[in-house]
Design a protein around this ligand. Sequence first.
Ligand SMILES: Cc1cc2nc3c(=O)[nH]c(=O)nc-3n(C[C@H](O)[C@H](O)[C@H](O)COP(=O)(O)OP(=O)(O)OC[C@H]3O[C@@H](n4cnc5c(N)ncnc54)[C@H](O)[C@@H]3O)c2cc1C
Length: 483
Amino acid sequence: MAVEELSHVAAARRIQRLTSHISPTLTSPQQLQTETCSSRSKKLVVNGEALSLYMKGKHRDIQEKVHEFFNSRPDLQTPLEISKDDHRELCMRQLYALVREAGIRPFRYVADDPAKYFAIMEAVGSVDMSFGIKMGVQYSLWGGSVINLGTKKHRDKYFDGIDNLDYLGCFAMTELHHGSNVQGLQTTATFDLITDEFIINTPNDGAIKWWIGNAAVHGKFATVFARLILPTHDTKGVSDMGVHAFIVPIRDMKTHQTLPGVEIQDCGQKVGLNGVDNGALRFRSVRIPRDNLLNRFGDVSRDGKYTSTLPTINKRFGATLGELVGGRVALAYSSVGVLKVSATIAIRYSLLRQQFGPLNQPEVSILDYQSQQHKLMPMLASTYAYHYASVYLVEKYSEMKKTNDEQLVADVHALSAGLKSYITSYTAKALSVCREACGGHGYAAVNRFGGLRNDHDIFQTFEGDNTVLLQQVRNLPPCLDNE
Ligand SMILES: Cc1cc2nc3c(=O)[nH]c(=O)nc-3n(C[C@H](O)[C@H](O)[C@H](O)COP(=O)(O)OP(=O)(O)OC[C@H]3O[C@@H](n4cnc5c(N)ncnc54)[C@H](O)[C@@H]3O)c2cc1C
């Protein structure tokens, strides 16, 4: 047969198949190729209780406690239609209720039992993703920076207030002009030998801290990442010691007024996560005590001398960022949580939804169509695979926190960067597939895909942009890419 003829036959066959989808009456029952896996097939008996226990392991109880508490409190559930400002206040109330009413104290697990912390975060995120991220900002980012980058004096002073939410705080790393390139940050912390203080300053508009969670409304403190500037006796007069972290009070503890020298703006309505109050911070020569330097990897003495156990700026920078991988682990883990919710909704609906079918017989469940199975079954398998991959990541991370073993630190860095980017990119695409797999009903807000998609989308960017993280996994400095 000539090539042209062959393509005509193929085209005719395709048209016939498409027609049979659109108009089942034109099709004989034999032509409807379905793979039965819905309710008409023999029902599979699954011990759901045992499976859930196996998958959730020893942290199932704490997750159930979170779900039971919020299911019993309709006043704390997020309505479908809610303004940004109301959503922010509701998320704050949800966090207070978790800690002060349900008696769940996530902060104690951040360092001592990370697996339990991540399990709480997953459960909280399924109540409202904004609530999960708000909790993450308070405990992993603000709290985590204090206990991981600070020393005993910081833990003694701040632990209880962070834990009981008296000290609400922010993690102020990103600037308007520098996000992925953290080494390019421009905010300065200049040591003043006379007063024994650091002066925190925003040198230009590009150095305004931007996107900072908890800053627009609720935060009292911020861990501010800034270049440490020390006086020297040479002709230069000052020395730039690289990016360090400092605790900076931003609002008055009693009146909640913004403190002198600090300017706070609201980042406004976002695509999702509107329950989180992201804001911008500008510092105009704000003075803080020398003790507010989070000094685990580098310290400044009363006479302005710098000491560190690590030899170079790059090593100190690496160690500082290395302590922050917990946020990345949390996102990989929580993203699998979103994938579980989304795949469950789409698969359950596909079993119940019926379209087309043999003449004079019940219509066929849409999950019996191979195209629907191709969309959802590999996704279900991937969800299990990512679940176990993220559980493994959490185990490695917990081991790393206990041992500080150098090889483990390197492994967790690579694993968390790779899995965070791979899983969050997969989940972002899966959310669209699931919405489409549920047809028009997938588009109703009540069925959650829209909210999940908008809230989850930024998982691909914060805690390290996915493209940049994959470059790190490849172990090449990003700047070499175009060379
Ligand atoms: C809702 C929200 C909450 C946030 N919360 C906080 C917070 O609490 N605290 C905080 O400090 N920050 C926060 N951030 C900031 C966040 O961490 C940054 O947005 C993120 O690090 C990415 O930086 P960027 O936005 O400047 O993007 P950019 O770095 O400008 O990236 C833009 C694009 O350029 C690409 N790109 C960049 N560099 C390279 C390269 N070398 N090679 C190839 N491609 C490249 C990226 O892949 C990306 O597609 C938040 C952001 C949002 C949106």
